[in-house]
Design a protein around this ligand. Structure first.
Ligand code: SAM
Length: 275
């Protein structure tokens, strides 16, 4: 049921508000995060503080980013939280997380029960700050978690898998049923841990190129890459890095996409039949 009153607050659909109501699930998430006293915890979308309170109890101070003015105002007067949390009342998509890390003088531990409507673009925004991040724990649609962890040769492997695995090691932590939320979402959820690689395993010269190649390949995932990527690469280039041009987007590993990104030459205007 949407818009149901919860602690005097009406859930706002436009902000993807599904509040956690299950103490067992909350405890498990906090245990998975395992916050330590002096660490720099940052929560995205604290809402009615279901996760904020148990995490804040374990640390000296923490930062929360909340777009909903009413919820931010509630947190600002919360008796137990008000002196412990710094509230950034802002769209998380516009937050400079590197600046928060600089202020806290340590890499951030970011977490949140993310609004499902913006979870993927928000993760892409966060990938821009991976050098300022120690780890991230997010509640997401289970289907998104499956895509994040998928390897090649599977239907769920796609652009999100490649880009996320480029930056992070990714481990599913916990599955959560719709009944753990008010209002209950229509889909199953899961918590995932993303830990940015200390050293990127397959660095690319230009991340935008990797983004462009994966978009183009997976938008036409049924085509062979000789066709879907034929305007970006010659057959000789596929051969040069040992990639069979008759494979499809889902058959290429992250390493192979990175190799393609690194031999890409912007001035090329090839046709699929060119060798
Ligand atoms: N953490 C709470 C919980 O687990 O019960 C609330 C989770 S609810 C799924 C998502 C929260 O993110 C809401 O508080 C919502 O207002 C907030 N939110 C939605 N869009 C946001 C955005 N762009 N930036 C920051 N917070 C956002």
């Amino acid at each position: 049921m949407n818009n149901r009153v919860h602690q005097g607050h009406f859930a706002r659909k436009r902000f993807g508000q599904n509040f956690l109501n299950d103490d067992f699930v909350i405890e498990n998430i906090v245990a998975a995060i395992a916050p330590k006293k002096t660490q720099a915890l940052v929560e995205i979308g604290p809402g009615l503080a279901a996760l904020t309170l148990p995490v804040a109890r374990r640390v000296d101070q923490m930062t929360v980013v909340e777009i909903d003015r009413d919820l931010a105002a509630r947190l600002a007067v919360h008796p137990e939280l008000k002196d412990k949390i710094r509230i950034i009342q802002q769209d998380a998509m516009t937050v400079d997380f590197a600046q928060i890390a600089q202020e806290r003088q340590q890499p951030l531990r970011i977490f949140g029960n993310l609004p499902y409507n913006i979870s993927t673009p928000l993760m892409f925004h966060l990938f821009e700050f991976t050098t300022s991040v120690a780890d991230m724990h997010f509640m997401l649609q289970k289907e998104v978690v499956n895509r994040l962890v998928a390897g090649p040769n599977s239907k769920t492997y796609g652009r999100l898998s490649v880009m996320a695995q480029y930056y992070c090691q990714i481990i599913p932590v916990l599955e959560v049923p719709p009944t753990a939320f008010t209002p209950a979402p229509k889909v199953d959820s899961a918590v995932v841990r993303l830990t940015p690689h200390q050293t990127i395993p397959h660095p690319v010269k230009d991340i935008k190129v990797l983004g462009q190649i994966t978009t183009q390949a997976f938008n036409q995932r049924r085509k062979t890459i000789r066709n879907s990527l034929g305007q970006l690469f010659t057959l000789a280039q596929f051969e040069q890095i040992g990639i069979d041009a008759n494979l499809r987007a889902e058959n290429l590993s992250v390493e192979q996409y990175c190799a393609l990104a690194n031999i890409y030459q912007p001035q090329q205007t090839n046709t699929p039949s060119q060798a």
